[in-house]
Write a protein that binds this ligand. Sequence first.
Ligand SMILES: O=c1ccn([C@H]2C[C@H](O)[C@@H](CO)O2)c(=O)[nH]1
Ligand SMILES: [Zn+2]
Length: 133
Amino acid sequence: MTEEQLIQQAKEIRERAYTPYSKFPVGAALLTEDGTVYTGCNIENAAYPVTCCAERVAIFKAISEGHTQFNQIAVVADTKRPVPPCGSCRQVMSEFFSADVKIHSTNLQGKTKTLTMDELLPFSFAASDLPEE
Ligand SMILES: O=c1ccn([C@H]2C[C@H](O)[C@@H](CO)O2)c(=O)[nH]1
Ligand SMILES: [Zn+2]
């Protein structure tokens, strides 16, 4: 599975986005360490904050199927610059992705910006910051 193939899968699942409110469809494709791909699209709600981003849909699908080791994720939207994942998604990514997992942000023109988890969310709040029992 190449980066280009992962981006292509993110583009395809973007077509399934449920975005009657923002009209801003996003697609994501997450590659696990064992080579499985989980895709996600954003799913909105009339109660706007209930919306779930494409990235989190892909991550939650993978986690719910028992995957814990991730390799890279591609995110695609129709933006001028490569689409930056929101803060909530960055926090969810940091819970499950190791520091060197690559996040490819891409637009429909194929402009891509790749950052590692550590670059995308430095100094992140983590389980190790919680007090010990
Ligand atoms: O990286 C992003 C940024 C935004 N959205 C969604 C949330 C909402 O449905 C719409 C507008 O914010 O785009 C994503 O899915 N991923
Ligand atoms: Zn998000």
